[in-house]
Design a protein around this ligand. Structure first.
Ligand code: FCB
Length: 393
C-alpha cells in the first residue's frame, strides 16, 4: 500500500547549535561539560564543526531531496556577555537562513535549544528575577535577522529543561545521577516550568508575523496495572501543562522517540527482553503516531509540526525500519484527522548527544577527526520518501 502525504508538506532534518557547531564557549552546557567532576562523560569540543561546514550540510539536505532544515540560533553566541549582542554572530545566522532560502529549503528556526549563556545561568537561570525579560531582549535582537523565515520555535522541550533542572539540583545535593531515560525523569521543577511558559509567551509577543510555537517532548506515557490516575498525573506535570500552554499558538512541535509505562509506583524500567536503541530507550516506532494523536486531542485546532523523531542506532537498516514505522503511524494519525504540516527527522548529523558521542541519531555520519560527512543509505531512503511524498507500507 502507498501512503501519500499531503502537499505542501515539510520534509526535513534537524539539528541544534550546541550539538553540531562546536566550541560553544560562552554557554552553560560547555561549562558543565568542562568543569572538574562533570557528570557528563564526554565533551562537545569541536562537535561536527557545523559552525564552519553549514554550507556542506545544507547542500546535503537539498541533494537528498528534502525541503526543510531545522537548526537553532545559539543565545550564548549572540549575547556572550549580558547586554552585549554580537552583530557578527547575528550575521552568521542570517547567512545560514539565506543559505536555506537559496537552496529552496524552508528554515525552521529554534531560538533556544537546551543551552543558555553561562552568564544567564550564573545570574540564577530561569528562576532569576528578570529571566523572562532577558530572554525577551535576546528574541528582540534576533527578530531582525528572521526576514523570510516562517516557522520559529521559541524553546525546545521546555518539559525536558524543567525536568533536567530538577536532576541537576539533585546532583548538586550529592544524589546519584538517575537513569536518564527521558520519560522516567523526576518531575519538572515547577518554578522553572512556570518561568519557561512565561518566557515562551513573551517570545511569542515579539514574534508577531511569524508562525511561532514551541516543541514538547512527548513520552507516550502508558498506564499499566490499573495506574490510570497516576499516569494522568505523571503526564500532566511532565507533558500536558506544556501542551496546554500552546493551546493558542500557531503550531505545536511534536517530538517523540519511545514510550514509558507508568505503574502504581511510577515509571517502569524498560523490560530486559525489550528491543532497545543506543540510548537505552525501547525501540517503539508507534511512538510518533501516538504522540501526534495525543497532542491533537489535547490541544485541538493547533497545527502540528513533527520537529523531531528518529533513532540512535549503529545499524542503518534499523534506522529505516524505525522511520518507516514512525511515518506509517504518522500517516494513520493524519488519516484520522490530525493536522500535521511536516516531519523533520532527528537528526541530520551524528551529533553530540548531551554528554556523549555514543548515541548516533544521524542520517549522515561525521568523522570525529576530519569532520568529513558521509551520507548513509537511510538518508537516501528518507530523501526518496520525501521526493515521492509517499511511503510504501
Ligand atoms: C531531544 C532533543 C535533541 C536530541 C534528541 C535525541 O530531547 O531535543 O536535542 O537530543 O532528543
Amino acid at each position: 500500500m502507498r501512503a501519500a502525504f499531503p502537499t505542501p508538506f515539510l520534509w526535513g532534518a534537524a539539528g541544534s547549535a550546541h550539538q553540531t557547531e562546536g566550541n560553544n564557549l560562552a554557554s552553560d552546557f560547555w561549562a558543565l561539560e568542562n568543569r572538574p567532576g562533570s557528570p557528563l562523560p564526554e565533551r562537545s569540543g569541536d562537535a561536527c564543526d557545523g559552525y564552519h561546514r553549514w554550507r556542506e550540510d545544507l547542500d546535503i539536505v537539498r541533494d537528498l531531496g528534502l525541503n526543510a532544515y531545522r537548526f537553532s540560533i545559539e543565545w550564548a553566541r549572540v549575547e556572550p556577555v549580558e547586554g552585549a549582542f554580537s552583530q557578527a554572530e547575528l550575521a552568521h545566522y542570517r547567512r545560514l537562513i539565506d543559505g536555506c532560502l537559496e537552496r529552496g529549503l524552508t528554515p525552521v528556526v529554534t531560538l533556544h535549544h537546551f543551552t543558555s549563556p553561562l552568564w544567564f545561568q550564573l545570574a540564577g537561570g530561569w528562576l532569576a528575577d528578570g529571566a523572562v525579560e532577558r530572554f525577551r531582549r535576546y528574541v528582540r535582537a534576533v527578530v531582525p535577522i528572521l526576514d523570510g523565515v516562517e516557522w520559529v520555535c521559541t524553546i525546545n522541550e521546555p518539559n525536558m529543561l524543567a525536568m533536567m533542572a530538577n536532576v541537576l539540583k539533585r546532583h548538586e545535593s550529592g544524589e546519584k545521577r538517575p537513569e536518564l531515560v527521558a520519560g522516567a525523569l523526576p518531575p519538572p521543577d515547577q518554578p522553572t516550568a512556570d518561568a519557561l511558559i512565561a518566557a515562551h509567551k513573551a517570545a511569542r509577543e515579539e514574534l508577531a508575523g511569524f508562525k511561532s510555537g514551541w516543541t514538547v517532548a512527548n513520552q507516550n506515557f502508558e498506564p499499566v496495572d490499573g495506574a490510570d490516575a497516576q499516569c494522568a498525573d505523571w503526564r500532566f506535570s511532565r507533558e500536558d501543562q506544556f501542551l496546554d500552554a500552546a493551546a493558542h499558538d500557531d503550531f505545536i512541535g511534536v517530538q517523540a522517540y519511545t514510550r514509558v509505562q507508568i505503574g502504581p509506583d511510577g515509571a517502569l524500567s524498560v523490560p530486559d527482553d525489550a528491543r532497545r536503541t543506543l540510548t537505552g530507550w525501547e525501540f517503539y516506532p508507534a511512538a510518533l503516531g501516538n504522540a501526534v494523536r495525543h497532542t491533537a486531542a489535547r490541544i485541538p485546532g493547533v497545527p502540528i509540526l513533527v520537529t523531531e523523531n528518529g533513532i540512535a542506532t549503529g545499524d542503518d537498516d534499523e534506522r529505516v525500519e524505525y522511520t518507516r514505522g514512525a511515518l506509517a503511524g504518522l500517516h494513520a494519525a493524519m488519516d484520522d484527522g490530525a493536522d500535521v504540516r511536516g516531519y523533520l527527522h532527528w537528526s541530520l548529523l551524528d551529533n553530540y548527544e548531551w554528554g556523549s558521542w555514543h548515541a548516533t541519531f544521524g542520517l549522515v555520519h561525521v568523522d570525529r577527526t576530519t569532520f568529513a560527512r558521509t551520507v548513509k543509505p537511510s538518508a537516501r531512503w528518507f530523501g526518496d520518501v520525501a521526493r515521492a511524498g509517499a511511503l510504501d507500507v
